[in-house]
Write a protein that binds this ligand. Sequence first.
Ligand SMILES: Cc1cc2nc3c(=O)[nH]c(=O)nc-3n(C[C@H](O)[C@H](O)[C@H](O)COP(=O)(O)O)c2cc1C
Length: 362
Amino acid sequence: MADSSKEEKIRQIMERKEDHINICLDKPVQARRVRTLFENMHLLNNSLPEIDFDEIDTSTTFLGHKFSVPLMIGAMTGGADLAKRINKNLAEAAEEIGIGMVVGSQRAGLYDESLAATYSIARESAPSIFIGSNIGGAQISRGFSVDEARNLVSMIGANAFYIHLNPAQEIIQPEGDTKYRNVLEGIGRFCKEITVPVVVKEVGFGISGEVSAKLEHAGVKAIEVAGMGGTSYAAVEYYRAREMKLEMKEKMGELFWDWGIPTAAALYLVKKSVSLPVVSSGGIRSGLEIAKSIALGASLAATAWPLLRAATQSKEAVMVKLNEFAFGLKTAMFLLGCRNLDELRGVRYVTTGELKEWMEQL
Ligand SMILES: Cc1cc2nc3c(=O)[nH]c(=O)nc-3n(C[C@H](O)[C@H](O)[C@H](O)COP(=O)(O)O)c2cc1C
């Protein structure tokens, strides 16, 4: 790439990454009419838990790595100065608590060393935790190579290679890439040729049972559902399209704002379709929702947007949020009489309303 066009490319990437962060901080970007449907899942209060709060153990393992709480910091960012600070604060907090994190799409890191540093800061700040690399399905369709994937993994000493599937984002994103052929085949290739496990996630529109079965067949080692009910990337791109006066994209952002499979339904459908570890994400906003996710069969939950503002501030601010999630989970376990996550996986629950309909009809 000629120097000036490379510089221009880097500038565009940094601007886009900052746009995403600033829009998520300043504008309403959460689902409007659709919710996760965890509100339709009811756990049974146990007035005789017969355990002490302090004996509750929330630890677990995910892809061979120990987590003190079944919680992952969801993929967010990298590729800009503000993103570097965010990744540092997130990683330091994750290291202190003993949970994992996934960095944002790393394509930017391949262009330039200073951009790579906005991702590798996560590993420098958190030497011992699980960290996931990240690239998008559209890049795979464009022929993203196994060598490039290996570079991303070594850039951050990653323990897993995450691929995000985001056709609904790409179609609304002003500079989105709507070539989405041969992604499954590419995923299969990565599964065979890179040494770390491949994990596939959505970005908030939800993975279906059918898609998850294809991914399992391709060799993927875990699936993160990233369903609807939390951050809407149609909303995020809607604001960018409006700013750029791209009227059709703006209209599509509005129309598909609430598009997607609600998270609790996606989790149920994926669990039913595969025998892989499944991560519950998209609109996870409390420890109680982590508890519900585990009861519905998730190995972990992941949360992104609720940590963003705190991550622009400090490690301590992120820890306040994470500790609230952890305490909420532990409180739910106390009220269910569960000493550990295996016991939580066995609790009975009732589903009502729309969640019940999703479960009965698919
Ligand atoms: C600021 C921001 C940036 C994001 N960037 C990425 C990304 O680069 N790659 C990715 O896989 N997901 C990305 N996501 C999506 C999240 O990982 C997650 O799937 C989605 O936000 C739903 O979770 P939430 O409701 O807890 O935010 C991003 C989310 C936010 C809020």
